[in-house]
Design a protein around this ligand. Sequence first.
Ligand code: AMP
Ligand code: MG
Length: 265
Amino acid sequence: MSDFDPDAAPGYPGEGKEDADELRLALEPELSDLQERLYANGRTDPENAPNLLVILQGMDTSGKGGVIRHAIGLVDPQGVKLKAFKAPTKEERSHDYLWRIRNALPERGMIGIFDRSQYEDVLVVRVDSLVPETEWSKRYDEINAFEAELAAAGTTILKCMLNVSFEEQKNRLAERLDDPSKYWKYNPGDLDSRSKWPAYMEAYEAVLQRCSTEVAPWHVIPSNRKWYRDWAVAELLREKLAGLQLQWPEAEFDVAAEKERVARA
Ligand code: AMP
Ligand code: MG
């Protein structure tokens, strides 16, 4: 993790904060068009159309919510299926850890967003020893196999680790306490995970090393600067959707005949 600079802005085509909103919003027309093509394909071919799964991971305050609002928010919400994973419920705990993940997968033509994911089962679970090591250590390979299976079935996977520094997290926690409109985001329990920062970094490192595969590589997004983080995820989303080379579905009716019918209607 120490190889990654949370203050960096790789690939950013502008000057900095001052033009970031403009550059991010400039992605909207293309993103909208691509997302609508995806959705249209899902409607006409609900068995085989592709779909996209965006996995967001990061320490508290890293900005998973901000990315959903500012990057994913550029596309039509009708085509987005959002799922936030919390500590497992009693029912979820009675199943395999991938059970709730499988249940939340996006349908064909949809963009699925995971706010936290199966990776919690090798992050918080590892750091807090919620299951024995013999158990969680098997999960890296299981997760790779699971993601390979999804990819083979037509799901494009975009995994983003929002990388915020220890110092910046402190600033953001303090900000939440300075502003009554942010109290709801403050969770006293976040300080527990903050106190285990090195163990979390080790756990993230294992995830990046063991679960960056060809079909589902991790992208570490420098996230100390919110404007860069939001632009970067929007741009990755655009690249992934563009890579699908989606065509508009052919009409499943005789267009000329239907035009005549409409003219006469
Ligand atoms: P938040 O995303 O801030 O609403 O917090 C959700 C909380 O749920 C975090 O503290 C996560 O660590 C926790 N959580 C998510 N998935 C799991 C899991 N599989 N096992 C234990 N805790 C989890
Ligand atoms: Mg939180």
